[in-house]
Write a protein that binds this ligand. Structure first.
Ligand code: CAO
Length: 470
């Protein structure tokens, strides 16, 4: 009996040990909620895995959008004209016979298929692509897609889940039929009239807000439409007009346009200089666009180095620290300088005084001194300095990529970091590099059919184009 009891007790305690040893499932232990990934940053999969993009885009605006989606893991199939490809492949070429940096830096992580979309066989292939993709992206000139025979209605019929995303220069209105490039959009969207110095002509900015800026707008629209499709099962159109996107980025200037109707814009330095305002928002030089006055000031070496400058912000909460740093402690209590309102009419003099100090320091010394006491300043970094900045390499914002025909080059990686999604930068495809692979593995054509398509002229250039390219 005693032995039986002992055996029972031993078995029971074993069960307890077993129960204790059994790990609760991740879900059960967290009240059914998912836990944070245990994988390192960015290594838990690809955010857009399973999404296939039919990329008919070219030049810059569309390709920046599809490159971003490709970085997040979408399978981007770039359709290019046989023998020619995206025009940027050959534009601004720095290495003979190699794809230009213009092209490579906008088309990472994509596959390339050559296809004449006006050729009957090419149309057949394109329709198969439409049927097996989630999103079609295009930034052709107005009416081009319709002329090819691919109206929204036709695409929707072929694949009701398809999202059709387009960039055009202008939305519906007097200019809807115009072709548009970057600077046209900057001008029509309000950026150029508000950029530059008051006494100079309008200026375009180096940042490609019309092209790359609208690539971002389109990408947000696409991801939003994909999210909605999860509920409705239906695709939709996503339209971005470059003028609208630039205006969206210039909204602070529309804010000022309306403020101007109620009186002068006191934070614009022209106000302090006693120069009256006209009817529209003027060009404000390097004035800050917000409520904290700022200006670009010379630093040590400015005489020979075009980038020896710093952006200096006289942020109100740190005004007293600024006074100490620049050796003007008396401004802390002087009624002409002590308050932001009192300073507004004196900004020119204030910045000239601060500049006397910044000119004794390099921009990096100013950074060190000011940031130590929380004064917001920004060094004017040249592209050379940015390219050599180790911290940007470390975060993957600057990446070195190897390319079979041009060798190693530097590019900007994905600036949007996701903790759960891998974002490796893979080289851009050669023209038509994946044509056979896509025809066979994606579209399911047999080897015989692939051979037929190839000999039809739908994926290879006509003889005269080939001869001209040789
Ligand atoms: N097979 C066969 N034909 C093709 C093709 C393919 N794979 N890809 C393009 N084409 C044809 C088009 O069908 C079109 O032919 P039609 O005029 O006979 O219909 C032709 O190529 C030209 O297309 P396009 O008008 O788009 O190109 P463009 O070089 O004349 O103009 C641009 C370029 C950018 C001004 C124009 O596309 C545009 O305004 N796009 C919208 C705004 C935009 O995105 N601008 C920014 C570009 S980035 O700076």
């Amino acid at each position: 009996m005693a032995t039986k009891k002992r055996k029972k007790a031993r078995a029971a305690s074993k069960r307890i040990v077993k129960l204790k040893a059994k790990k609760p499932s991740a879900k059960a232990a967290n009240n059914g909620l998912p836990r944070p990934s245990t994988k390192p940053w960015g290594k838990a999969g690809k955010a857009l895995q399973g999404i296939r993009i039919l990329d008919l885009s070219h030049v810059q605006a569309g390709p920046t959008c599809t490159q971003l989606l490709a970085w997040f893991g979408a399978d981007v199939i770039k359709v290019e004209r046989p023998g020619v490809g995206d025009i940027t492949r050959g534009q601004l070429r720095d290495v003979p016979d190699a794809d230009s940096l213009y092209f490579t830096m906008l088309n990472h992580n994509k596959r390339s298929i050559t296809l004449d979309t006006k050729h009957p066989k090419g149309k057949e292939v394109l329709e198969r692509l439409i049927k097996c993709c989630d999103v079609l992206v295009e930034n052709f000139g107005p009416g081009v897609l319709d002329r090819m025979g691919y109206t929204w209605e036709h695409i929707h019929k072929l694949n009701p889940r398809m999202i059709v995303a387009s960039i055009k220069g202008f939305g519906p209105g007097p200019y809807e039929d115009c072709k548009v490039y970057e600077n046209v959009a900057q001008c029509a969207g309000g950026a150029a009239s508000t950029t530059g110095f008051r006494d100079g002509p309008p200026l375009v900015t180096g940042a490609q807000i019309g092209d790359s800026g609208n690539g971002l707008h389109l990408a947000v629209g696409i991801v939003t439409a994909l999210y909605q499709r999860d509920r409705t099962g239906r695709g939709q159109r996503v339209n971005v007009a470059m003028q609208d996107g630039v205006l969206n980025l210039c909204r602070v200037k529309l804010r000022d346009q309306q403020r101007l109707q109620r009186g002068p814009l006191a934070e614009y330095s022209q106000h302090g200089e006693g120069i009256p305002f006209g009817k529209s928002v003027p060009r404000a030089g390097n004035d800050s666009g917000g409520g904290q006055p700022g200006w670009i000031l010379k630093c040590k070496g400015w005489e020979t180095d075009p980038d020896a400058y710093i952006y200096f912000i006289t942020q109100a909460p740190v005004w007293e620290k600024i006074c100490d740093v620049i050796g003007k402690p008396e401004w802390k209590t002087d009624k002409d300088y002590a308050t932001p309102k009192a300073r507004l009419p004196r900004l020119k003099h204030i910045f000239a005084t601060i500049e006397q100090w910044t000119m004794t320091k390099t921009k990096f010394e100013v950074m060190e001194i000011c940031n130590a006491v929380d004064i917001p300043v920004g060094p004017i970094l040249s592209m050379k300095e940015i390219a050599e900045e180790p911290s940007l390499r470390k975060t993957g914002t600057m990446v070195e990529v190897d390319h079979p025909t041009r060798g190693k080059y530097l590019t900007v990686g994905n600036p949007i970091k996701l903790s759960d999604s891998i974002s490796e930068v893979k080289r851009s495809p050669l023209l038509g590099e994946h044509t056979e692979e896509i025809l066979g593995a994606v579209l399911g054509y047999s080897a015989k059919e692939v051979a037929e398509i190839k000999s039809s002229g739908a994926v290879t250039p006509p003889e005269k184009v080939r001869a001209a390219a040789a």
